[in-house]
Design a protein around this ligand. Structure first.
Ligand code: C2O
Ligand code: CU
Ligand code: CU
Length: 551
């Protein structure tokens, strides 16, 4: 029996063992799919009210030449602390939102674009109706009201468009912004703050000669994901930070559509992380480099103490391999070994994907030591308490919920063999409210598949197409239980494996070809539909998305 048949059989057994084999959602949920407008609710008493708008705008990305046509979020505070919204002038990125744990937030969102849109608060644990599910997209001219309590601990998240089959293009045009949350636990620590607490949003874009954004060319790029020619940090090219001789907190977010970064210094000095996707770590983690896939965050403790005034440090994305299909990597002369420098606008070997090849070395930003000071805080050895979840906490230790990743059929990457469906879940996606589950994310072995067109392409085709997927789950954060690499691309894996942070809370995890990642995720507080998907935004829009029904 082929492994696929085995898998189907297991699925079947799971279905029949599950409660009702109802694959359609309860009527009440279906009814909501048509209710696109929403009003403020009388029984929710917000501490903070914000008015949000998205519209067409022009942003000065380059110092020379015309401004760039973008989509832009604007926001202002109607009620609550004024610093809840920090607008970024002359930037396509949305304003930075500063939330405090426990605050009740109400957001009035007005869509002034010419297409539908919806906002998702990535990393925040909020009710279904305020989570930015694509079913709640509003049409031009409409308003949607989000209401949620900030349940998250101190950390860095972000918000972005989650519009059905338009997430990639809307985020690409600018619909994303940072969220910073603080809480009492964090306030007790003497962490770098104010001017020493700096966002670092990484994105890649391509432009034409008139400074206008260009997007995908051709099907191949959609399947692999968009890779830009130009690296932007906080919405600007050639980013240079002027820093003093002390410690900083840099909140790094990978806001790219599909580019994976391997953050590191050019001289090999290790990096220190103090936080991940969903907040501070228990204690700082030091590694030679950090892998950062789309949707992931890492908070860096960067200490420039002792550096000479006038000197400069360059942070790179270091060469790595194994994230792309084997065919792609062969064409880019990679197989475990690094590549040359590929930076620069419209530079490099762009023939394949029209962008800086995935895995090549390029400059992210430079840090210019501009002033000597002596007030540096020291790195705390302990940050916050994080209860470690183990298999004893879950109710399905021997029967993990599978998330099987598959790149076939071409143009339709899938999860558990299925594409996204707005109003369906299958029994294995029905989870009891309050439960804690083990989930196993792995690459489906396509090699032995003997039906359809796949058989004709020979045994290795599925494996040849296999690539890394950053898997994001909405709702509550999870912990990584284990990582296992059983695939054949071990040499390539060796170029990335030391850069994963498996401590702390996560909401997005990069799963390399041949790798299996087990996570433990609580499903508490809120009933309803919560998406899980590949955060390669091209994959997401191609349907590599499903949802859990928590009930
Ligand atoms: Cu950042 Cu469902 O997304
Ligand atoms: Cu999300
Ligand atoms: Cu993917």
């Amino acid at each position: 029996m082929s492994s696929t048949t085995n898998y189907k059989r297991r699925q079947f057994l799971q279905y029949s063992a599950g409660a009702a084999a109802a694959s359609f959602l309860p009527q009440v949920l279906l009814a909501q799919t048509n209710t696109v407008k929403s009003r403020a609710s009388a029984n929710f008493h917000p501490d903070v009210e914000i008015e949000f708008t998205t519209r067409n705008a022009f942003a000065p990305i380059f110092q020379q030449g015309p401004k760039t046509a973008v989509f832009k979020y604007n926001a202002h505070v109607l009620k609550g602390p004024q610093n809840t919204v920090l607008p970024l002038k002359n930037n396509y990125l949305g304003p930075i939102l500063n939330f405090i744990k426990g605050q009740k937030i109400r957001i009035y969102f007005n869509n002034k674009l010419d297409e539908p849109s919806v906002i998702h608060w990535h990393g925040l644990h909020v009710p279904q109706k305020s989570d930015g599910h694509p079913m709640y997209a509003i049409q031009p001219g409409e308003q949607f009201v989000y209401e949620f309590e900030v349940k998250n601990r101190a950390g860095t998240s972000f918000y972005h468009s989650h519009t059905h089959e338009r997430t990639a293009t809307q985020v690409y045009k600018g619909l994303a912004g940072l969220i910073q949350i603080t809480d009492d636990e964090e306030q007790k620590l003497d962490l770098p703050s104010g001017e020493y607490d700096i966002p670092m949003v990484l994105q890649d874009r391509s432009f034409n000669s008139r400074n206008q954004l260009t997007y995908l060319r051709g099907m191949r790029n959609r399947v692999m994901g968009f890779l830009g020619e130009q690296i932007l940090v906080n919405g600007k090219p050639n980013m240079r930070f002027d820093v003093k001789t002390r410690a900083y907190r840099f909140r790094v977010l990978n806001g790219s559509n599909s580019r994976i970064y391997k953050l590191g210094w050019e001289d090999g000095t290790p990096l220190i992380a103090m936080g991940t996707d969903a907040g501070l770590l228990e204690k700082p983690v030091s590694k030679p480099y950090f892998m950062l896939a789309p949707g992931e965050r890492v908070e860096l403790w960067l200490d420039f103490s002792g550096r000479k005034v006038g000197s400069e440090l360059v942070m790179y994305s270091l060469p790595h391999s194994g994230t792309m299909p084997m065919m792609y990597e062969r064409m880019h002369g990679r197989g475990g070994m690094g590549m040359g420098m590929m930076g620069g606008r419209r530079g490099g070997m762009g023939m394949m994907s029209g962008g800086i090849p995935q895995g090549s070395k390029f400059k992210i930003a430079s840090f210019h030591i501009s002033k000597k000071v002596t007030d540096s805080p020291t790195l705390p050895s302990h940050l916050v308490n994080i209860p470690r979840l183990t298999e004893r906490d879950v109710d399905n230790a021997n029967n993990p919920i599978p998330i099987a990743l598959r790149m076939m059929p071409i143009m339709s990457p899938r999860l558990n063999g299925m594409s996204f469906s707005m109003n369906r879940v299958i029994p294995l996606e029905e989870v009891e409210l309050g439960s804690i589950k083990k989930i196993k994310i792995f690459h489906e072995q396509m090699g032995h598949m003997g039906r359809g067109g796949m058989g004709m392409m020979g045994g290795g085709m599925g494996g040849m197409m296999s690539m890394a997927h950053p898997i994001h789950l909405h709702g509550q954060q999870y912990q990584v239980l284990s990582r296992k690499m059983t695939g054949s691309r071990q040499d390539a894996y060796a170029t990335v494996k030391d850069g994963f942070i498996n401590e702390g809370w996560k909401d997005t995890v990069l799963v390399m070809p041949g790798e299996q990642v087990e996570i433990i995720k609580p499903f508490q507080d809120y009933k309803g539909l919560f998406l899980y998907h590949c955060h390669n935004l091209e994959h997401e829009d191609l349907g590599m998305m499903r949802q859990f029904y928590v009930g």
